[in-house]
Design a protein around this ligand. Structure first.
Ligand code: ADP
Ligand code: MG
Length: 658
């Protein structure tokens, strides 16, 4: 190994700079935070080529004295901290004294500044951290910093920079957060000369939300205010019915600093418990304020994480604030999918209202009750709702039954599905002891004619089919339960339960994956303006051609809003916003183009699938069952099985017959 030597200062500086200045957006963040700390009431940020060309930040804050200008660019030089004691009570956004040093170490910087009340200002240029001479300059009160040629002297970092648009998007997201956390400051953000954000700075959070996150999102919000134990919480949360497709619209501030916090997310979401539909997330703009001594901000170089001294107090304050606001003004809770247990049973038999508990009670009261602890079959002990036997007539056929002929089977099984109440079978004591079951007359025979046997010749008339090798008869679809699972019976006497959503998702996934052409599209009658926020919006716009491949036709509507003209034909129009939000999430997390495409496949396959809880037509069920039976689909794209099988033997064991 080579000998150990202390690194020369400029190499050490470059290494340290890498921690603070990861990308153009980090430069924007540090410079804007300085402007906020300087007491500015207006901040303008300009970006050229995603910040790789130029970043200019102008503020009307307190300015820097000419003689202090070179010092500001030294490492660990700050006006915000004096001694170790101050670290425990930080009230400014900056405090590490590293940003200007780090930024100037990896770029060419120019600064012009004039203190309030001073007659003239000063200017200084630095290249790779090396300062030139401080010169007098006629400049307005406040500070302007220009950063050019970022990472020009660190080729390793330069290589990892994303496309300009991704950097612009990251900077835009950051500006959004800064603007929301400081409604009293007017923020303007220009990308390549075009205004992308402008907040009024009138001190009202709702104005900032409206300007930064868009009108639709602003309208979906409820104001909240609350707190306890030294923690106060205020801001806005989305109404339960306006849940989002991802967590991207959750914005938290602690003492004016935008942070990411699992604790706060958990507290917020706990407040919505059971009020949001599955897969939906609340959005919020929540400011948490507590004494500076109750929070440690010095846990991460980018200062986006904090530690709370009293985690429970903070959790409770957010949770109760959200809970109270929702209880008071949350509006209607989204309708739950129809509870099959509440479905009226026209037969009026006891299955209608009997749940497992009531059943056990009733049985226990009988003299012939089974000994306590006798287990009931696991599939219906816990759930309320109709018994399996409610919709499935007892098996009609003995072991020697001939398989029904395929083409004529269509109406027989399907007619059980979506059966109108009037056509219901007469009462079926299907829960009777197994020994008595065979004695029950076949109910189907009473309501519809038996399927006639097909003479062999007729089959031969159909030509080709008769010549094909004998195929397994299609499974009989006995019914659908819980509006989620299709129950089938196979020729060899097995019962199959098919998860219709999982199965359909798989079918969609395979179809999308194999498609050489974009899917069918539907043009929206009126194009939908979908507000996604600056960052998500930019991400989508950057991937327009990928979206095209999946059947979306979108364009930029400005300010983080995407105008959607066409969507895939099998996407529910009401699902467009949630789908695009989810897609933006996919795009954010996928690293390579292949990964992003795969993630999109998953989202689209899922969104276009029939959902558990929806009523499905017989043809849909038949098509899915066919694919399961042929073995074409076995697992959903997430790896869960689409069907489970119960053999006759397993059933007999459950009923203690075997
Ligand atoms: P920190 O913000 O952590 O103190 P920086 O390196 O970002 O460290 O800045 C160093 C110092 O330069 C600050 O403490 C502040 O006094 C001064 N400074 C930086 N930017 C500005 C600005 N826009 N207006 C006034 N003073 C500034
Ligand atoms: Mg700073």
């Amino acid at each position: 190994m080579p000998s150990i030597q202390q690194l020369p200062p400029h190499v050490a500086d470059l290494i340290a700079a890498g921690e603070v200045v990861e990308r153009p957006a980090s430069v924007v963040k540090e410079l804007v935070e300085n402007a906020v700390d300087a007491g500015a009431s207006a901040v303008v940020v300009e970006l050229r080529r995603g910040g790789m060309g130029l970043i200019r930040v102008t503020d009307n804050g307190c300015g820097i004295a000419p003689e202090e200008l070179p010092t500001a660019f030294l490492r660990h030089a700050t006006s915000k901290l004096r001694g170790p004691g101050d670290l425990g009570k930080i009230g400014t956004l900056g405090f590490r004294g590293e940003a200007l040093a780090a930024i100037s170490a990896v770029s060419r910087v120019e600064i012009q500044t004039r203190r309030r009340g001073d007659g003239t200002g000063a200017a200084l240029r630095l290249e790779g951290g090396v300062p030139g001479k401080v010169e007098a300059a006629g400049t307005p009160e406040g500070t302007t910093i220009l950063v050019r040629d970022l990472f020009y002297n660190t080729p390793a970092r330069l290589k990892f920079m994303k496309k300009d648009s991704a950097e612009t998007a990251a900077a835009a997201g950051l500006m959004q957060h800064l603007a929301l956390s400081h409604p009293g400051i007017s923020f303007k953000f220009l990308k390549d000369g075009a205004e992308a954000l402008h907040t009024p700075g009138d001190g009202r959070l709702d104005s900032a939300v409206y300007a930064a996150l868009g009108r639709d999102f602003a309208r979906s919000l409820l104001p909240v205010k609350g707190g306890g134990e030294g923690v106060s919480v205020s801001g806005f949360i989305t109404r339960p019915l306006q849940g989002r497709g991802s967590r991207s619209m959750q914005t938290f501030f602690v003492n004016g600093r935008f942070i990411k916090s699992q604790l706060l997310t958990a507290a917020l979401e706990e407040g919505y418990r059971n009020q949001l539909m599955k897969g939906r997330f609340p959005g919020c703009v929540l400011a948490v304020t507590l004494p500076v001594t109750g929070v440690d901000v010095n846990v991460h170089p980018a200062k986006t994480q904090v530690k709370f001294a009293q985690e429970k107090a903070v959790f409770d304050a957010v949770y109760h604030t959200v809970l109270d606001a929702l209880a008071e003004r949350g509006g209607p809770v989204p309708p739950a999918p129809a509870d099959p247990g509440k479905t009226v049973n026209p037969r009026g038999d006891f299955f209608q209202s009997m749940d497992a508990a009531a059943y056990r009670q009733r049985e226990a009261a009988k003299p012939s009750a089974p000994p306590p602890g006798t287990p009931l079959p696991s599939w219906n002990t816990e759930r309320t709702g109709p018994r399996l036997s409610d919709s499935v007539p007892p098996l009609r056929e003995g072991p020697g039954r001939k398989p029904p002929f395929p083409p004529l089977r269509r109406d027989a099984p399907d007619s059980v599905l979506g059966r109108p109440p009037e056509r219901a079978e007469p009462p079926q004591p299907a829960a009777k002891a197994p020994a008595q079951r065979e004695a029950v007359p076949p109910p189907a025979a009473q309501t519809r004619p038996p399927v006639p046997a097909i003479p062999r010749q007729t089959a031969e008339l159909w030509g080709q089919e008769a010549l094909e090798p004998p195929r397994e008869a299609p499974w009989r679809i006995a019914g659908e339960v819980l509006r989620t699972y299709i129950i089938c019976e196979s020729e060899e006497g097995c019962v199959w339960l098919v998860d219709k959503h999982a199965a359909h998702e798989r079918v969609n996934f395979d179809r999308l994956k194999a498609a050489l052409e974009p899917p069918m599209r539907q043009a929206l009658l009126t194009p939908a303006a979908v507000e996604l926020g600056k960052e998500d919006g930019a991400l989508l716009l950057e991937n327009l051609s990928l979206l095209e491949d999946f059947g979306f036709s979108c364009e930029d509507f400005g300010g983080g809003t995407v105008l959607v003209r066409e969507v895939p034909a099998d996407l529910d129009a009401g699902d467009v916003t949630a789908t695009l939000e989810e897609i933006a999430g996919n795009l954010r997390s996928g690293r390579s183009p292949a990964e992003r495409r795969e993630a999109l496949l998953h989202t689209m396959a899922c969104k276009a699938a029939i959902k558990g809880g929806w009523k499905s037509g017989p043809e849909e069920l038949r098509a899915l069952v066919g694919k399961v039976q042929s073995g074409e689909i076995r697992y959903c794209p997430h790896g869960r099985p689409v069907a489970v099988k119960l053999t006759r033997y397993e059933l007999e064991k459950m009923f203690k017959r075997a």
